[in-house]
Design a protein. Sequence first.
Length: 429
Amino acid sequence: MKNKINIAVVGLGQIGNYLMNELISKKKDIELKTGKKINLVAVSAKNPNKKRKFKINRKIFFRNPLNIIKTKKIDILFEAIGKSDGISKKIVVNSLKNKIHVITPNKALISKHGDYLSKLAEINKVNLEFEASVAGGIPILKTIKESLATNKIHKILGILNGTTNYILTEMEKTKKSFSDVLKKAQALGYAEPGKPTLDLNGYDAFAKIRILSALAFNNKISKYKCLMEGIENIDSKDIEITNQLNYRIKLLGITELINNKLFERVHPCLVKKDTYIGNVNGVMNAVITHGSPVGESILQGEGAGAGPTSSALMSDLLSILRGNIKYSFGIPDFKRKKINAYNSNNYLNSMYLRIEVKDKPGVLSQITNILAKRNISVERLIQIPDHKKKTASIVIITHKSKEIDVQSCLKNFRLNKNILKRPTLIRLL
Ligand SMILES: NC(=O)c1ccc[n+]([C@@H]2O[C@H](COP(=O)([O-])OP(=O)(O)OC[C@H]3O[C@@H](n4cnc5c(N)ncnc54)[C@H](OP(=O)(O)O)[C@@H]3O)[C@@H](O)[C@H]2O)c1
C-alpha cells in the first residue's frame, strides 16, 4: 500500500459527523501508528445545505456518492448512510468492484448482503470491514476473527441493543410503564423518535446475531426465520414480579450449535440477579462467547452512539492501513458452509408465564389442566389477586418444557373465557 491514502466518507449523520472529526483530529496519530498519511478527498450527504458540526469544503462535497468513484481516486471508503439496499448497497458494490476498501457500521446491509459483498471484496482483493455493525465500540468481531481464531466457538450470547436494555433497566429502577420509559429514552437520545420498531421488536439484535453466527461458525449468513420477540409486551408488572423472584428481564441475542444445527434467537430472558449478564444495565452491551479451549470470555462496553461506533470504524481503518488484508468473515468464501437450522419447537427451557384471569373458583385448575395435558409441570406458582377488579394474576414458572408444548398451551389459554388477556411468556436463561 502506498503512503498517501485517499479517504471518502459517505453519510454525514450521527456517525459520519463524529467520524469526520476523528479522522481530522487523529491524522498525526494514525500516521504514527501506521506510517500512512490519510487525505480526506470526498464526502457525501443528501442535503448540501444542512448545518453540520464541522465546516464542509464544498469542493469535496458530493450530492451523489456514486460520482465520487467516477471522478476521484479513492483507496478507502466509509459507508455511513445505513440502508440495507438502495444507495448504501450501490456505493459499497461499486467501491469493491473498483478495488476500494470499504468500512461500514451498517448491520442492515451486512446481515442482508454480507455474503455477496464479502465475496466481491475477496475477488477484488480488498477489505470489507464492519466491526462497528455489532455492539458499537466492543471489538467482538476482531476478537472472534483474530484473538479467538483457532477456538471452536459453540455459543455466543449477549445484550446487543442498548435502547431495550436501557428501557428494561429504567422500568425496574423507576417502576414506570414501558411507554413512559420509552419517552424518556427518546428525550435522552437513547431511542429513535417515533416508534423505534427495529430496536423494540428484536430485529436490530437479530441482524447482529446473524453476523456473529457467520463469523463464529464459519457459515453463510442464515436466512432462517428465527425465534424473535421484542420487549413491547413486557409490562411493569412482569418487572416487579420477576424482581421479587430474584430475576431481571434482559433482551438477549443467542446463537449456538445444537447437534450441529444452528439455533439463532432473540427474546426477553429471565436472568438471575447475581449473574454477570444480570448486571449489565442501562445502555451497556455485553457479549459472552463460549469456545474451546478458551472457555467463557466476556466483552462489555457501549453498544451504540457516535463515539463508540467511530472507535470501531477507526480500528478498521488502522487495520487496513497496516496492510491486514483478510477475509471479511475470517475464511475464504468457498469454505463457508450452510448450516441447517435447529427446530425451535424442540427448544427445552423453563418458562415464566403470567396469566390474567377472572378471580373465581376453578380457574386455576383449568390452567394447570391445560399445562398437564402437554406434560408441563409447575415449579413455582404465585397467585396475586386484585380484589377491586375481581381478577388475579397467576404467575407460573415451569420445569424445563418443550417450546412446542408451551406454544400449544398458549393457544388453548386464548380459547378460555376466564383468561382475560394474551398471557405473557418469558423464557429463563
Ligand atoms: N447512530 C448510532 O448510534 C449507530 C450505532 C451503530 C451503527 N450505526 C449505523 O451507522 C449508520 C449511520 O447511522 P447514523 O445514525 O449516522 O444515521 P443518520 O444520522 O440518519 O445519517 C445518515 C446519513 O446518510 C446521508 N444520506 C442519506 N441518503 C443519502 C444519499 N442518497 N446519498 C448520500 N448521503 C445520504 C444523510 O444525509 P443528510 O445528513 O444530508 O440527511 C445522513 O448524513 C447506520 O448503518 C447505522 O445502523 C449507528
